[in-house]
Design a protein around this ligand. Sequence first.
Ligand SMILES: Cc1cc2nc3c(=O)[nH]c(=O)nc-3n(C[C@H](O)[C@H](O)[C@H](O)COP(=O)(O)O)c2cc1C
Length: 334
Amino acid sequence: MSAAAGWRVCVAPMMDVTDRHCRYFLRQIAPRVRLYSEMITADAIIHGDRARLLDFDAAEHPLALQLGGHDPRSLVSAARVAAAWGYDEINLNVGCPSDRVREGRFGACLMLDAGRVAHCVEAMAEAVSVPVSIKTRIGVDDHDSYEFLAGFVERVAGAGCNTFIVHARKAILKGLSARENREIPPLQPGRVHRLKREFPQLTIVTNGGIRDLETIRHELAAVDGVMIGRKAAEDPCFLAAVEAGFLTGTDAEGGVDREQVVERMADYAARQARHGVPLHRVARHMLGLYHGQRGARAWRRFLAEGARGTQASPRLLTASLGVLHAAGRDGIID
Ligand SMILES: Cc1cc2nc3c(=O)[nH]c(=O)nc-3n(C[C@H](O)[C@H](O)[C@H](O)COP(=O)(O)O)c2cc1C
């Protein structure tokens, strides 16, 4: 198996979304896709509550930790901690355009300082034995030519980074919110394809707007991997179809036994409750499970309302199946 094979299908890092509970849930649906944590700053890992920030379930492998930061020494310390914690990859965020991140001088604005990124990556790669990758954009503000992107990649690859995840739109640092920066600058997947052609030795993963199997087929003909963000959160069972089509090669529809997923999550939520985790922190990630299915709306409402507060019981998850069946019997289609 080639080194790139591990990155063929990835789920994107998403703040406030891909926490450990979300990842465990997605893992029940898609056993093989590569999962990424939310971005965690190096300083948070150095000074914060490590168990709260870093703990995960063994089922989540293969699992990458995404770091935010720009100081090589802090990044090295954080990467060491994360690697010892058992993460399979350390990924540096060079794509986030938010004001807060820009003020901290990391995220997308780091694209303008390839030397610093190279230094950070080199230092981390020396310190840990797991792969160090970066997630970046195709450009920033007016620095949006292919030559700028290729120059950045060449410099960082020269420092020992072999894996580049590229969100195929540029970041606009002033005037657009982080959310608008995921919609407004146009996607230019051809730029990422060209990178792969010109740097065939690198693992190149494309990201941005991937929402159907046909697009994935098209992208995988040109690059090593695809990274799926919002679609995975909205319709997690899509990942099962992607696994079936592109990882296990069964080309089946990737039928998911959703009820079994709910039962497993009820067990998980009960385990988490013993550690003081309220049900809504687990259940909120599950609301897309029945996306497009009969009874989905009633089920979602039952779960979202019932899981509120700190006292909700994990048994609510099992009970939710009754609501689904009743809604299905009444012919309620979402
Ligand atoms: C709610 C949300 C939070 C995000 N947080 C991060 C993050 O922490 N780190 C990061 O590199 N990208 C983050 N992103 C960007 C995604 O990783 C991805 O690049 C972007 O959503 C485009 O992919 P998509 O069209 O498949 O969603 C976030 C996106 C969303 C929607």
